[in-house]
Design a protein around this ligand. Structure first.
Ligand code: FHN
Length: 606
């Protein structure tokens, strides 16, 4: 009985300790809602803006991706780190920084004409060089360059004149110049670094300068929050808000302390995300200017990415990398001018919009909404009528945004009782009126009412994206996770599996195809196959090997193409809700990439 006494005594001790602790301050309804209200207020303009310009400009722009005659394969602004350039040597670039062609009005005019509503520029990138006049460190554009000029003053004034929100990028953790900053292990001994000292002595005072000397700042865009503690991230966010309460803080301040979430670079999520988020994106492969990077995205790709991101509820922050002379590269200028032309016609379907009422992606394009309106962003112009399944709201009128007269398009709407399907049919002109994407506006009463279940599409295909999979874990250790794009990562355990529930209106026999993603790390891309997998639907199974039968890439996954593997066929007998399970029999993990499933596709076999 001794052990019972001991347990009782321990329980009493725990109880007493709990009672003796000071009660947690009660969070009142008002304090919680005030924080949320303040955040909502700050984000108001940003939610309406949807499209912004990112500018990476610094000493790396002078190097232009080349060091001592050698081309650097990685992104331009990382040249110091990738080539382990000593601090003193890299600093000599400052002596060459004399951007005589810089003109703030020109830059801001390019952004404004493209329809961009905010401009975020690198005040200090990871190389530690301040592109503004700083009293805290002389390693800055005014003191250390022959130019002796503060471009941020000009940009702040030009933005104010053009109604563009002026915002700063600031690398708050990585700093390869400062002995206590994160990332430089070739000049400094990592074990001797005092990050908190760097945080107090450089980060906070410089952030204060940025928020004090350049007028109202729309957004502080922090990045790579390595080593920064939760307390420091929170302190920095509070520091920003104390100086300028209306300034938004982005998610990469770290530790969940930001006002909105930053997706991975160039990473578009696989469906609607009902939070505030943004995708920073490059126009070629680099952020900072690189003279050898000619891999430009087409205007078509950029406009398609824009409508897709906005339709999923996000903002698109599109980068330009001006040269060391202060010139935005011509390919960027041309594309931005073309985007501007498109925005002049179709901007109403972008600004101040809310996401698609359908949670999933469409192959044909995207959807954005506004009170009383649905915008169909049509990428694949149909050969015949345009068909949309699942819209329950009555459409009162439909017209093309490209048609200034808003001539009503012929529409029919009906409910197919046998298939339990709402069908909207729109007659469109034979040719798409716009380049890249054409927009049909639908007028409805109130909020759109739709069937939100994953559903078979009018072309009878069924796509089951990883983004919407139910994940079934097994055992302990590292588990399979879905990344922002809806790609399975860390899938090495064959006892973990995925399933989907979806609605079929036209049953039949379907080819089962798996789309698995390539993995891209820095400049290297790889893929792993050889997994044996089983697909189970309604008591039937098809089993096969994941092999490379071709690659598939589009504007959504440009950097991470899918690999196509056909498994076999499967028959679905009846319409209605169907459950499908995808279970590995064996996962190959030689390359440590594993089974990176992106989607399962069921295509009718005719
Ligand atoms: O390391 C940086 C990179 O140089 C660039 O600034 C991008 C922009 O989103 N952010 C970091 C990587 O995610």
């Amino acid at each position: 009985m001794e052990w019972i006494k001991r347990v009782v005594l321990i329980a009493l001790a725990i109880g007493l300790a709990a009672c003796s602790q000071k009660p947690e301050p009660v969070k009142t309804e008002t304090s919680a809602s005030t924080a949320q209200e303040l955040r909502d207020k700050r984000l108001q303009w940003w939610r309406a803006a949807r499209f912004g310009m990112f500018i990476h400009w610094g000493l790396y722009s002078v190097a232009a991706g080349e060091w001592k005659g050698k081309q650097e394969p990685w992104i331009g602004e990382w040249i110091m780190k990738r080539d382990k350039i000593p601090v003193a040597e890299y600093a000599t670039l400052a002596k060459q920084f004399n951007p005589v062609k810089f003109n703030a009005d020109t830059w801001v005019g390019i952004a404004r004409n493209a329809g961009m509503k905010y401009l975020t520029i690198t005040a200090k990138h990871h190389d530690g060089f301040a592109m503004f006049g700083s009293k805290v460190s002389s390693y800055n554009v005014v003191d250390a360059t022959p130019w002796h000029h503060d471009p941020m003053k000009d940009l702040s004034a030009a933005c104010a004149k053009d109604g563009i929100r002026f915002c700063f990028y600031y690398s708050q953790a990585q700093d390869w110049h400062d002995p206590n900053g994160v990332g430089n292990d070739w000049d400094y001994d990592e074990s001797k670094k005092d990050f908190h000292k760097y945080f107090e002595d450089l980060v906070k005072p410089q952030v204060k300068e940025l928020l004090t000397n350049y007028g109202p700042i729309g957004l502080m865009w922090f990045d790579t929050p390595f080593k920064i503690s939760k307390e420091e991230s929170q302190e920095l966010a509070a520091w920003v808000h104390r100086i300028q309460p209306e300034t938004i803080v982005n998610g990469r301040i770290g530790n969940g302390a930001g006002d909105y979430e930053e997706m991975g670079d160039n990473q578009i999520p696989g469906g609607v995300v009902k939070r505030d988020w943004e995708v920073p994106a490059t126009m070629n492969d680099t952020w900072g200017y690189k003279k050898a990077d000619h891999n430009w995205k087409s205007t078509e790709t950029i406009v398609r990415q824009l409508v897709d991101i906005v339709g999923k509820g996000g903002n698109y922050l599109l980068n330009v990398g001006p040269t060391g002379e202060g010139v935005i590269p011509q390919p960027s200028v041309e594309r931005l001018a073309q985007i501007g032309e498109w925005m002049k016609v179709n901007g109403d379907s972008i600004y101040s919009t809310t996401p698609s009422p359908f949670p999933y992606e469409f192959d044909w394009g995207a959807i954005t909404t506004k009170p009383g309106k649905i915008f169909l962003q049509i990428i694949d112009w149909p050969k015949h009528d345009f068909l949309l399944y699942g819209l329950k709201s009555k459409v009162n009128n439909a017209y093309l945004l490209a048609d200034a007269q808003h001539t009503p398009l012929k529409i029919t709407q009906n409910h197919d009782d046998a298939k339990n399907l709402d069908i909207l049919r729109i007659s469109l002109p034979a040719k798409a009126p716009d380049p890249y994407v054409s927009v049909v506006a639908l007028e409805i009463d109130g909020q759109p009412q739709v069937n939100t279940a994953l559903a078979q599409q009018p072309d009878h295909t069924i796509t089951l994206p990883g983004f919407f999979a139910d994940v079934h874990h097994s055992g302990s250790g590292e588990h399979l996770k879905m990344d922002n794009r809806g790609v399975a990562t860390n899938w090495f355990n064959k006892d973990e599996w995925l399933s989907w529930d979806f609605e079929v209106s036209d049953p039949g026999t379907f080819a089962v195809t798996l789309l698995t993603s390539e993995k891209r790390q820095r400049e290297k891309t790889d893929w792993e196959g050889g997994h044996i997998v089983r697909v189970e639907v309604g008591g039937k199974t098809v089993e096969g090997k994941v092999t490379n039968q071709g690659r598939l890439s589009n504007f959504r996954n440009l950097l991470w193409p899918d690999v196509v593997s056909k498994l076999g066929t499967i028959t679905i007998e009846k319409p209605g809700m169907i459950h499908l399970a995808l279970k590995p029999v064996k996962i190959n993990s030689e390359k440590k990439i594993g089974f990176m499933l992106h989607a399962v596709r069921l295509t009718p076999v005719r």
